[in-house]
Ligand binder design. Sequence first.
Ligand SMILES: *Cc1c(COP(=O)(O)O)cnc(C)c1O
Length: 468
Amino acid sequence: MHPRLADDLDHLPALIALASAYATAVLEQLDSAPVAVPPRAQAAATLSPAGIGAQEALRRFRETIAPSLSASAGPRYLGFVTGGTTPAALIGDWLAAIFDQNPVSRLDGSTALQLERDTVTMLRTLFGLPVEFAGSFVSGATMSNFVGLALAREWAGRTHGIRVSDEGLGALPRIAVLAATPHSSSTKALSMLGLGRSAWQKVACLPDREAMDLAALERHLIGAAGPCVVIASAGTVNTGDFDDFGELARLKERHRFWLHVDAAFGGFASLSPALQPLLEGWDCADSICIDLHKWLNVPYDSAVAFTRHRDLQADVFSNFSAYLGRSTEDPEPIHLVPENSHRWRALPAWFSLTAYGAEGHREIVERDCALARELSERIQRSELFDLLAPVRLNIVCFALRRRDLTEKLVAAVRDTGLTFVTPTVLHGRAAIRAAFSSWRTTERDLDTIWEALVAAAERLCQAEPQPC
Ligand SMILES: *Cc1c(COP(=O)(O)O)cnc(C)c1O
């Protein structure tokens, strides 16, 4: 054994104690650490010939890397849709690395795969989906959308008598993919699947909304040459808007199409009786994408892909080899998702669900939504900002009245270290989105966030008086 490695093995308990003490200090400071840091150049890390051992590596990390990390796991990081890590999920994630399971096979007698399946069942219950939905863990919503759309492609092929999984795309006529405001990862999936980004035909939105005009969708369906794929949104990233799933279910009775629902974060509306109506009817979907590293507050990376068509899933992803065996009636994950080997990412989810239950996770969702509503009310009462969309869930989309300064506000707020929001464009106007998705965020954080936004906006407006 290499001497550094042997030395670390000899000192493993002390090393773990050291890392644990450091981790505790980091977590204790998460509330007061700069939420985001101005981008800066960092010397490139280089390969060490002899190695420096784990203790020195930890010291180097603390001194040179950690100071320029954002506090994205903290309570006031509102960029993108970023969850934190609950205490139980953190323990689960550490143990996932300690046990280092690869839940692809039952040959060695390990129950890791069983826990993964049980966790999927717990999630299906949490989201209130019927038993017809089978679920699989994947690395994120991008992969979950990829899986759902791969099944859609296989289904569309079958309607033309083609098994795309065997015969490829060559003989397949163009498949129309209909969506109003799809997440960029869905169009990326169309590229990866060989359907092509231009397969997406944009369906009109309802006025001042990101939701689909379903009369327009029906016209597309009537005019289409063959079976279509519809991508619906449960939670758009700009405004957290929802398509009308009850109406989509009725359309499904009249027309033949595959319905994929991107519910990356909006699926969590199902946890709350008050929010659940946003999803009424969503279980008519053929495939559903839900992210876990966002609102379940498990660490990256983790998501689940649900479908009613496990048979197609096994056709697309089956992975036969002599040493791994064939897909059976009850296929293992290796035959259901793009990854073969994979991290035991079910464990952090199992820990959090077991520790806090459906009620604990509902409280996180409801508190985040209440904070988003509260921010939107402060925005509406303020002279500085315009609210650009009503808050349906956890996202607040707003802009400065001074339209020329909205983009600058994002950097100005970031540089205060008090909060972080992300820029976007809504209906052609530069906008800001603030997404509440962390278990840590409280009313007190909202006050800090609001004061930081107002102070930065006032500073900007004073520094750059209105051009006349
Ligand atoms: C975040 C997100 C995705 C992509 O998820 P990743 O986890 O980053 O792969 C897809 N759709 C929606 C609606 C999202 O919010």
